[in-house]
Design a protein around this ligand. Structure first.
Ligand code: DQA
Length: 142
């Protein structure tokens, strides 16, 4: 199984970015964590990060016919992007939404997720472990 793992804006600044919320480990550590979690499940992963909405839409479209599933942390675009929701619906791949923090207990504007309107599962507030849980869920669908 091949999974496209997408990380949205500002996640490349993990470690530097609000460490009291997002933790002290950096983005390279997250990528390594995802790679080793995937390897332990026998999943082939493609890692993609962008700060640009259109680039994320392009990556989702490119997954059609190339990947079996998508794991996405859309970051701030979670709460704003109809375009990312529409791209996910268009390619119609099994999709898990993941957030490092628990968006349901933060500011009001973070409580709504467009991506949740399509994702088969949403995992929040489990830090890096949420990505592993998401990969396990996608693996279980095979
Ligand atoms: C986030 C939560 C979003 O509200 C925020 O904009 C992010 C990260 C998370 O992983 O907890 O950038 O998706």
């Amino acid at each position: 199984m091949k999974v496209l793992v997408i990380n949205g804006p500002n996640l490349n600044l993990l470690g530097l970015r609000e460490p009291s919320l997002y933790g002290a480990r950096n983005f390279a550590a997250l990528q390594e964590f995802i790679r080793s979690s995937a390897a332990s499940l026998g999943i082939d992963v493609e890692l993609f990060q962008s700060n640009h909405e259109g680039a994320i839409v392009d990556a989702i479209q490119a997954a059609y016919g190339a990947c079996d599933a998508i794991l996405i942390n859309p970051a701030a675009y979670t709460h704003t992007s109809v375009a990312i929701l529409d791209a996910l619906k268009a390619v119609a791949l099994p999709t898990v939404e993941v957030h490092l923090t628990d968006i349901s207990t933060r500011e009001e504007f973070r409580r709504f997720s467009y991506v949740s309107l399509y994702a088969q599962k949403t995992i929040c507030g489990k830090g890096f472990d949420g990505y592993k849980e998401g990969l396990e869920y996608l693996n279980s669908l095979q």
